[in-house]
Write a protein that binds this ligand. Structure first.
Ligand code: HEC
Length: 153
């Protein structure tokens, strides 16, 4: 009985997640770090170096032609002012598509992997995710902050 029940619930879960995917929806589970997992670690220099390469790398996208930098040109394009708030914070796109009030930096990397890059999320324990997250928080956010400061002058 119990087994049959778990097969049914698995099936229902599968169907609902597939339908959400077809409808272009993203579930908050896909972009929230699962409990009991930890980010990969490396020295900050290594993370930033690797993060910069990944940021420019079109093979991360499904069509192999789009990189993070294609949209976020000069590390300043397509961001809104909410980007400058400390994480986790509100971002319009995931709040609309995944009904998430706030999101972490790594959640945002995963969201952009799924939605604009049309690819799969990165493994939660991968060095790639740790590197892109570090690069986003330490380099991209700073570039955008400096651009905003210039505009205010
Ligand atoms: C097709 C265009 C596109 C591509 C490609 C893309 N993004 Fe984004 N990204 C956006 C848009 C649009 C926003 C602004 C969302 C908003 O503010 O509602 C955004 C926002 C962000 C934010 C900031 C959200 C915030 O305010 O905190 C981060 C970080 C980010 N993207 C990371 C990435 C990473 C990492 C990649 C590559 C894996 C990537 N993006 C690829 C379009 C793109």
């Amino acid at each position: 009985m119990l087994n049959q029940w778990s097969i049914y619930t698995t099936l229902i879960l599968l169907i609902t997640t597939q339908t959400a995917a077809l409808a272009g929806g993203i579930s908050s589970d896909q972009i929230t770090r699962p409990q009991g997992t930890a980010a990969a670690t490396a020295s900050n220099d290594e993370l930033l170096k690797m993060g910069e390469q990944l940021w420019q790398n079109p093979s991360l996208s499904k069509n192999g032609k789009t990189s993070c930098a294609s949209c976020h040109k000069g590390n300043t394009r397509m961001f809104k002012k909410s980007f400058l708030e400390p994480y986790p914070h509100y971002v319009k796109m995931p709040s609309k598509k995944a009904k998430m009030e706030t999101i972490t930096a790594e959640g945002m990397v995963q969201f952009c992997m799924l939605a604009p890059m049309k690819a799969d999320t990165l493994a939660w324990d991968s060095i790639e995710l740790a590197a892109l997250t570090a690069y986003t928080e330490q380099v991209v956010q700073r570039a955008y902050r400096e651009k905003q400061a210039e505009n205010i002058k």
